[in-house]
Each structure stands twice: as structure tokens, then as C-alpha cells.
Design a binder for this molecule. Structure first.
Ligand SMILES: NC(=O)C1=CN([C@@H]2O[C@H](COP(=O)(O)OP(=O)(O)OC[C@H]3O[C@@H](n4cnc5c(N)ncnc54)[C@H](OP(=O)(O)O)[C@@H]3O)[C@@H](O)[C@H]2O)C=CC1
Ligand SMILES: N[C@@H](CC(=O)OP(=O)(O)O)C(=O)O
Length: 342
């Protein structure tokens, strides 16, 4: 099989490095371009990246020259975007217009009517929006987005609850510092501390969830009729967002029925390389899930749930820069490829 040429926009950042990790030995994609700011352009990736993951930098990327974020300098069929949102707002459409498939991890376009916001296990039918998007905008390429990291972790647990008539969600997050990027939170601010504010995060959880769980009616997404109320907090954890969730349901299932629904949730995507064996892992121990112990389950692509109690109350936890970011975009691109759309 001829490899699909993949570029990474924002390749030197916290999420960009996760993209490099996910794509360097990928069976379908080959990294052909690494793009970042003018500060990094012209340097080798090894010089520019300041590699911070606890796996070795893949040798194959060490000497690739970083290029500016510009459709003219990026040689690829698909670009994975880990750009700051203000930049992604203008840059991603330029790439789509120039014919690239853009798998974006940035928040800029997630809520636009004709741009799919997708978690393959939940709403792959929303990909129908791509044709509408290309027709409306006259683009040869397109943009597909994945949700906010906290939203992804929660939404994967909500999908199996829809059968019980999901009505209300309250969620309190405990979010890892990697979610804010390498220079996002100063050590002096987070050490020995909890910061009870993450800009725009609550609104993202409250709106993106409704689009994800909404229905495609042939021309647009009708948002799910659920009320979501979120409170978001930064805690001194490196990777892994933990969430305490209260779910109100019409049918009032018991904790055991909810546990069974989580266990039965086993969407098969067709053997995609990044697809975990189980999207949800149910932990029965009284003190799980925990970020340090559970974030790498399913190579970081599984969400762990536990402490399912009357109410219904439970805890969900997932790797924010893998399942919540780079891994989510790569899984979307794999799905598109398997459907012949890439
Ligand atoms: N799904 C999700 O919820 C998550 C999404 N994100 C999103 O992913 C994106 C990246 O986040 P993160 O990796 O944490 O950020 P970082 O700050 O760690 O990295 C930013 C990247 O963008 C590049 N960049 C910055 N400014 C410019 C510029 N003016 N022109 C070109 N490139 C530029 C940087 O290059 P250089 O090194 O040269 O400065 C770097 O590669 C953000 O939009 C963030 O909100 C992040 C975490 C989770
Ligand atoms: N806000 C998230 C990460 C992030 O960048 O999200 P988004 O892609 O929705 O801006 C966090 O801090 O953990």
C-alpha cells in the first residue's frame, strides 16, 4: 500500500509531539512535513522540538527540516493540526482550500455547522457533513475536528447512557497540566495547588457534547436535548483528565445496569490501527480509575470508568493528549481512510 503523506502543523508543541509519536511508525501514514512557527522553521526537528515525551524521539523525524505553517511549504495529503486556536482559525481553511484534508485538534472550527466534530465510536455518521462542507465552501479539501479533551473523555461514557433517556449531566473535572501546553501553567502556580478555572473549558464541554450526541438529519446536526453543567479545574497531574460525573436519566437505571451498559459498549470500527480493544474499561476497585495507573490503557486510547454509584454518579479518566487530542485526530483520519474519504 502506498503510504498517505502526513504533515503536522504545530509539530513542536505538546500535542504536536504526540502526533509525531502516533504517526512515526504508523502502518498507513508517513510523516512528510513538520511545520511550526518562524522560531523553529529552518531547524531540524531535533533542534527545534525540545522533545518532552517519555518515549524516545523517533529517529526518522530527527533530521526533518521544520517548515513554516503554509500550504506552499507543506508536502502532504493530510495535515494534523495542533496549532494554537487563534492561528488555526485562519490557517486551517487555507489548507482545506488548497486541497488538504485537515484533521484538527484545535477548537476554532468545532462548532461550525458544516464541520464535523467526530469521535469515531460515537458519531461517525456526522462525516456526511464533509460533502456539504465542500459544496458550500467550494473547497477541494476539508476540515474534520475532534472535540476538547475533557469532552472526549466524558462523551465516550455518555453514549451508552443514551439508551436510558439521558436528560442532565453535571461534571467536575480534574485536568492535567499537559492540557495547557508546555508553557501553559507555571510550576509555581500549580505545585501544591488546584486552579479552579480553565478558560472556555466549561462552555466547550456544555456545547460540544450536544453536537457530538446530536443527530444528522440529512442536512445538519440537531443537537441532543440534554442539559450539561460543567465545572473545570487544573490539578498537579502531568497527563490524564479525571472527571466526576452525575448523570440524570429518565429510566432511572441502577448502578449495575449502568455498569452493564458500559461493559456492552463495544463499537467496532473495522480494525483501525489506533482503535483500542476497548473504548471503555470498567474498573471495579473502590479507588480507580487514577491517572497515574490508568492513563496508558489501550495505548492511551481507552477511557477508564469506575465508582459507579446510585445517583447515577461515576468517575471517568482518560489520557488528555492521546485519546483527548492527537490520538483522537489520528483515529478520525484512519476512519476517513477506511471509508475511502482520504
Ligand atoms: N483536543 C483537545 O482538547 C486538546 C487540544 N489542544 C489544542 O491543540 C493545540 C496545540 O496545543 P499544545 O500542543 O498544547 O500547544 P503548544 O504551545 O505546546 O504548541 C503550539 C505549537 O504551535 C506552534 N505555533 C505557535 N505559534 C505559532 C505561529 N505563530 N505560527 C506557526 N506555528 C505556531 C508552536 O511552534 P513553536 O515551537 O515553533 O513555537 C508549537 O508547535 C491548541 O489549539 C490547543 O488548544 C491541546 C490539548 C488538548
Ligand atoms: N483546555 C484543555 C486543552 C485544550 O487545549 O482544549 P481545546 O482544544 O478545547 O482548546 C486543557 O487545558 O486541558
Amino acid at each position: 500500500m502506498v503510504a498517505i503523506k502526513a504533515g503536522i502543523l504545530g509539530a513542536t508543541g505538546a500535542v504536536g509531539q504526540r502526533f509525531v509519536e502516533a504517526l512515526a511508525n504508523h502502518p498507513w501514514f508517513e510523516i512528510t512535513a513538520l511545520a511550526a512557527s518562524e522560531r523553529s522553521a529552518g531547524k531540524t526537528y531535533k533542534e527545534a522540538a525540545g522533545w518532552r515525551l517519555d518515549t524516545a524521539m523517533p529517529e526518522s523525524v530527527e533530521n526533518i527540516e521544520v517548515v513554516p505553517v503554509d500550504p506552499k511549504t507543506v508536502d502532504a495529503d493530510v495535515v494534523f493540526s495542533a496549532l494554537p486556536a487563534d492561528l488555526a482559525l485562519t490557517v486551517e481553511p487555507e489548507f482545506a482550500k488548497a486541497g488538504f484534508a485537515v484533521a484538527s485538534n484545535a477548537s476554532s472550527h468545532r462548532m461550525e455547522k458544516d464541520i464535523p466534530l467526530v469521535i469515531p465510536e460515537i458519531n461517525s455518521e456526522h462525516l456526511e457533513l464533509l460533502e456539504i462542507q465542500q459544496d458550500t465552501r467550494g473547497w477541494d479539501g476539508y476540515i474534520i475536528t475532534n472535540p476538547n479533551c475533557s469532552t472526549i473523555v466524558m462523551a465516550l461514557t455518555l453514549k451508552p447512557l443514551m439508551q436510558f433517556g439521558l436528560e442532565t449531566i453535571q461534571v467536575a473535572t480534574m485536568q492535567a497540566i499537559s492540557g495547557a501546553g508546555f508553557s501553559g501553567v507555571a510550576a509555581m502556580a500549580i505545585y501544591d495547588n488546584v486552579i479552579p478555572y480553565i478558560g472556555s473549558e466549561e462552555k466547550k464541554m456544555e456545547t460540544e457534547t450536544l453536537k457530538l450526541l446530536g443527530e444528522f438529519n440529512g442536512s445538519e446536526i440537531v443537537p441532543a436535548d440534554i442539559s450539561v453543567s460543567a465545572s473545570c479545574h487544573r490539578v498537579p497531574v502531568v497527563d490524564g483528565h479525571t472527571e466526576a460525573i452525575w448523570a440524570g436519566m429518565r429510566d432511572k437505571p441502577t448502578p449495575e445496569e449502568v455498569r452493564e451498559a458500559f461493559l456492552r459498549f463495544d463499537p467496532k470500527l473495522g480494525e483501525l490501527p489506533s482503535e483500542p480493544e476497548r473504548a471503555l474499561i470498567v474498573r471495579d476497585e473502590i479507588d480507580r480509575p487514577q491517572p497515574r495507573l490508568d492513563r496508558n490503557m489501550g495505548k492511551g486510547m481507552s477511557v477508564s470508568v469506575g465508582r459507579i454509584r446510585e445517583g447515577i454518579r461515576y468517575i471517568a479518566m482518560g489520557h488528555n493528549t492521546v485519546r483527548g487530542a492527537a490520538g483522537a485526530s489520528v483515529l478520525n483520519a484512519e476512519l476517513l481512510h477506511s471509508m475511502g474519504k482520504l
